[in-house]
Design a protein around this ligand. Structure first.
Ligand code: GLU
Length: 391
């Protein structure tokens, strides 16, 4: 019956991160012992004050439609978050609340991409950037980065790819799946290029900003290049920072023309994000943030364990991620055994009880991504299994 599928749908595939995670869950249900390091989901408990806010909202009968683009209360709290945590001065009229950061990214692209438009995306990239741009009829132009330069591109490399059809640059710092972080001066260099190309919009996906392991403060394009504000949309949320993946709350801030276009789309598709989740997100943004320090420390310790172990396994290597909770592993010396197909490598690891995601799903190659969202003992066991699988 695939003749019924639209051309747009035929251009995309299911998200490889969620597909692998669903596959691992099915195997577990069948009784298989699988350690799932495939999805980017903090394993910590959602903070108690957030849970309480959700329960209070239910008890108060907060179970109806809210304004489509989010409650006034949450937009204020999100504006506070953008200001306090990212340094972006904004106001509630320039904020939209969405069902996860994913929806904000999709809406911004869908509101602006026409057939034949080009989006420049640094690779390796987060899997859904590619699918979303394709769905909208655009073409992804990869801006290749490599471990040797910390998976960061130079402004001149960006400029070399810009054409009259380029209408997006997608930035993600700290980045998924590499953990690369762009310092302020690099962003200013990127801004200089963008000033020469006024047709290019910028998505700054800052969802991992609170999870950084380097000393420098978080840098973001909207702060470094305020003169470009009419062309920048910054995406954040509570999923990663507050372990609230299931609540599905993302927030974005940008120019009013784009925020209102996204709202137009949202009003005709999902409607408002869940009312209870919005109440919980207010508590997340406005409540105590002190749990984050220990979480960050736990992630840093796990990162160090994973990096050390991976670099000690023959044929595997990785860089040290400066943020987020992913480690992109290079397995190039071993790829002959898998016919050069890292999808087969990921399935081989799954056979040995560890779910990861192939690097090729991220526009990379010859490797896999580990999400270090499990405690140290579980990670140690997973790394033992990986080592054994590749012996
Ligand atoms: N962003 C997370 C990941 O990369 C969650 C799953 C998804 O939406 O891709 O694993």
């Amino acid at each position: 019956m695939s003749q019924h599928l639209s051309q747009a749908l035929q251009r995309i595939e299911a998200s490889p991160t969620t597909a692998m995670t669903d596959r691992a869950s099915r195997l577990r249900e069948q009784g298989r012992d699988i350690i799932s390091l495939s999805v980017g989901e903090p394993d910590f408990d959602t903070p108690p004050h957030v849970i309480k806010a959700a329960k209070d909202a239910l008890d108060a009968g907060d179970t109806r439609y809210t304004p489509v683009t989010g409650t006034a209360r949450l937009k204020e709290a999100a504006a506070l978050h953008f200001n306090r945590d990212l340094g972006i001065e904004t106001n509630p009229s320039q904020v939209i609340v969405t069902a996860g950061g994913k929806q904000a990214i999709f809406e911004a692209l869908a509101a602006t991409i026409s057939a034949g438009d080009e989006a420049i995306v640094p690779s390796p990239w987060w899997v859904s950037y590619l699918q979303m741009v394709r769905f909208c009829g655009g073409t992804v132009v990869p801006l290749r980065t490599a471990p040797a330069n910390g998976y960061r591109f130079q402004p001149s490399e960006l400029e070399a790819l810009i054409t009259p059809r380029t209408n997006w640059l997608l930035l993600n710092s700290p980045g998924n799946p590499t953990g690369a972080v762009y310092p302020a001066e690099m962003l200013r260099g990127i801004g200089e290029v963008l000033r020469r190309h006024p047709q290019v919009l910028v998505m700054s996906d800052d969802i991992y900003a609170p999870l950084r392991y380097c000393d420098a403060p978080h840098a973001t394009l909207a702060v470094e290049c305020p003169d470009l504000a009419e062309r920048i949309i910054t995406v954040s949320g509570v999923s990663k920072s507050h372990a609230m993946t299931g609540f599905r709350i993302g927030v974005a801030t940008g120019p009013e023309w784009l925020i209102s276009a996204m709202g137009r789309l949202q009003s005709n598709s999902s409607g408002n994000p869940a009312s209870i989740s919005q109440a919980a997100a207010v508590a997340a943004f406005e409540g105590p943030q002190d749990f984050l320090g220990p979480w960050r420390e736990a992630f840093r310790r796990r990162r160090d364990i994973v990096v050390k172990r991976i670099n000690g396994i023959e044929g595997l290597s990785t860089t040290v991620p400066d943020g987020a909770f992913y480690c992109l592993v290079d397995a190039a010396p071993l790829m002959d055994r898998f016919g050069g197909d890292d999808g087969k490598l990921a399935l081989h690891l799954l056979d040995h009880g560890v779910a990861t995601v192939a690097a090729s799903a991220f526009g990379g190659r010859d490797g896999f991504r580990i999400s270090f969202t499990a405690d140290e003992a579980v990670l140690a066991e997973a790394l033992d299994r990986i080592e054994k699988a590749l012996k």
